[in-house]
Design a protein around this ligand. Structure first.
Ligand SMILES: [Zn+2]
Length: 140
């Protein structure tokens, strides 16, 4: 048995059980199916859209998806990196020079500090604004 969601020519929705899709076609062609509400015999299967939830996401647009990705990156950084605030240049340099164990950190630098780090070959890259987490934990 197979259950179909049906609709009549007056948009009355109802359900019907059939032995199979052939049985529906045969009964429909013979006018043997009538609408329980109005008796109309022009009945067809409703078109179902089980992917409505997934499809809706696609309409949120690129901005929504980017915000979602940025949120994940932010969460990842916040989870795996330690916020060191204005000690970033100092710590990054110490790690680079081997005076401190390397660890994933993030924090702020002044433009002069950023330039000095770059000139000295200390690996540090600015985080794009959407990826900057709200500092949750601060050490030092
Ligand atoms: Zn009807």
């Amino acid at each position: 048995m197979i259950r179909y969601a049906l609709i009549c020519e007056h948009d009355h929705a109802f359900e019907g059980w059939f032995a199979g899709s052939d049985a529906f076609d045969a009964q429909s062609a013979a006018g043997a199916i009538d609408c329980p509400l109005c008796g109309a015999r022009n009945v067809r299967k409703q078109v179902m859209s089980p992917a409505v939830t997934g499809a809706k996401k696609n309409f949120d647009g690129a901005a929504g998806r980017l915000a979602e990705i940025a949120g994940k990156v932010r969460a990842h950084i916040a989870e795996t990196h330690v916020y060191v605030g204005d000690k970033f240049a100092e710590d990054a340099r110490a790690m680079h020079d081997g005076e401190k164990d390397s660890a994933p950190i993030y924090g702020e630098v002044t433009p002069a500090e950023a330039k000095a780090l770059k000139d000295d070959g200390v690996p540090a890259a600015p985080l794009p604004a959407p990826f900057v987490p709200t500092p949750a934990k601060k050490i030092n």
